[in-house]
Design a protein around this ligand. Structure first.
Ligand SMILES: *Cc1c(COP(=O)(O)O)cnc(C)c1O
Length: 463
């Protein structure tokens, strides 16, 4: 950095000096605190701590959901919040209802407008009015119909683009987001293998059919993420071509996951997977998109899932697994993956299959890096939540067998999703951070003549 950006480094040293003077004047003689809070980490070789620089240079710091804003203050940046408590804020993330409802799911948007009017487009909390309709048979039927139409349309898209045939009567169980160990696509994959083994063990036993859709990109240099994709597609090949499994279970890997694909898959989803290790997902926004589009959530008490459960009632989400406190406790005691492996026969079977090359007979060692990680250096404790996750998935299947009750819970979730509009997020930023007020200036749409835009620009300059 000294060679490449010498002037930047000088400025950083200068900022650090002023910053550490501030620390020293509030906490005199606390040398350890001064060392901890420095923008420059001394060790073998000096390093600039980018997070510290960022906090010092910022007007406000936002944790993007309540739970993560609390963790930041209590834990990650405790010293900094003690120095400048008013700097640390929460403005829970949101999504725009124009893109993530009106544009991507016109069937549902129109149905809602028929039921409660169009006000909700500009004030998403109006969706609460849908609570009056949870026992309305005609509305329940219509909501279920919109979902079924969206599923059929997405099934046709999959058939056309990927040449795969899916059972549109099956539950669409969707896990789409960047591939990362903390987001725990591996936990989902272990559940898929568990379902596969259960069907193979008792082929005539009733099974609630599922289409498990997993999608997302891996960063180019992230080897483990790429191996996770390889594992999912390898398991999918075995599951999808086993005649005993038939159309009870299908696994699809969605390539090139991006906003335009999210707009197609989210309206067609029954079950939204939000299963990060508690304390690792700052907010998540995918979780909100699914909730607004009539999917139910299986998730941990992490990120904005916590606030979704608060808004809809915990009984209307499928919450499982360790809480942040449990994870902290386990970090103190030490996490022993082997113990779960030894005590949970279905987990043991799934892991043994991956390890022995059941899914990759030509290359039995293919997944040794994943296996080694899961046993000996899994920072995200996949095995610790396995049992709770599988049991929770059984509850999901049980509710899905009762379409009326499932759809009633869907309606309760849509009704509770108003908080997650980005309109609310931006308004809170404007009033509590930027100190700006709304203007009654009308901004013309970009399609209007240039003069209209220029006139608005002139008016804005006067403000
Ligand atoms: C919303 C969105 C995300 C973020 O999803 P999370 O589940 O919150 O990680 C990522 N990629 C795309 C394409 C999205 O639309």
């Amino acid at each position: 950095m000294e060679k490449l950006l010498p002037r930047h480094l000088q400025i950083i040293y200068k900022i650090n000096q002023t910053h550490l003077d501030d620390v020293a004047s509030l906490f005199p003689d606390d040398m350890d605190r001064i060392r901890r809070m420095s923008l420059i980490e001394e060790g073998d070789g000096k390093r600039v701590n980018m997070a510290h620089l960022c906090i010092v240079g910022s007007h406000k710091v936002n944790g993007v959901a309540e739970i993560h804003s609390d963790i930041i203050k209590r834990d990650v940046f405790r010293d900094f919040s003690e120095l400048e408590p008013e700097k640390f804020q929460n403005k829970t993330n949101g999504i725009t209802p124009r893109r993530w409802l009106l544009l991507c799911n016109p069937g549902l948007a129109d149905l809602i407008a028929e039921a409660i009017g169009e006000e909700y487009v500009k004030d998403l909390t109006e969706l609460q009015k849908l609570n009056d309709l949870v026992d309305d048979d005609a509305f329940i039927r219509d909501v279920a119909k919109v979902k079924q139409d969206n599923k059929l349309k997405f099934a046709q898209y999959l058939e056309k683009e990927y040449n795969v045939d899916v059972n549109p009567a099956s539950m669409f169980d969707v896990h789409v987001k960047r591939i990362h160990e903390y987001k725990r696509q591996l936990l989902n994959c272990l559940h898929v293998i568990t379902m596969y083994n259960r069907i193979k063990r008792s082929p005539t036993k009733p099974f609630v059919p599922r289409t498990v859709i997993i999608g997302g990109k891996a960063a180019p240099g992230y080897h483990m993420a790429k191996m996770i994709i390889k594992l999912i597609t390898t398991v999918a090949d075995v599951v999808n071509n086993d005649p005993v499994i038939g159309h009870k279970l299908k696994v699809i890997y969605l390539e090139n996951y991006r906003v335009s694909l999210a707009e197609k898959v989210i309206p067609a989803t029954d079950l939204s997977e939000q299963i990060s290790t508690a304390g690792t997902e700052a907010s998540g926004t995918g979780n909100m998109k699914f909730m607004l589009n009539g999917a139910l959530t299986i998730g941990t008490m992490d990120g904005a899932n916590v606030e979704m459960a608060e808004e809809a009632g915990e009984e209307n989400l499928f919450i499982f697994g360790m809480r942040v406190e449990d994870v902290a406790e386990m970090d103190k005691e030490g996490y022993d993956a082997l113990q779960y492996y030894e005590n949970l026969p279905e987990l043991k079977q799934a892991i043994n299959q991956i390890k022995s090359g059941y899914f990759s007979p030509k290359q039995p060692e293919m997944f040794s890096d994943i296996i080694n990680m899961l046993f000996y250096h899994d920072r995200f404790k996949v095995f610790a939540d396995y049992e709770s996750y599988v049991k929770c998935q059984e509850k999901v299947s049980a509710l899905y067998k009762d379409p009326r009750e499932w759809t009633r819970v869907v309606i309760k979730n849509i009704a509770a999703s108003g908080k997650f509009s980005s309109d609310r997020t931006i308004t809170d930023y404007a009033t509590e951070i930027w100190g700006v007020e709304p203007t009654d200036l009308k901004i013309p749409p970009p399609s209007e003549p240039r003069e209209a835009l220029e006139e608005t620009a002139r008016a804005l300059r006067k403000i």
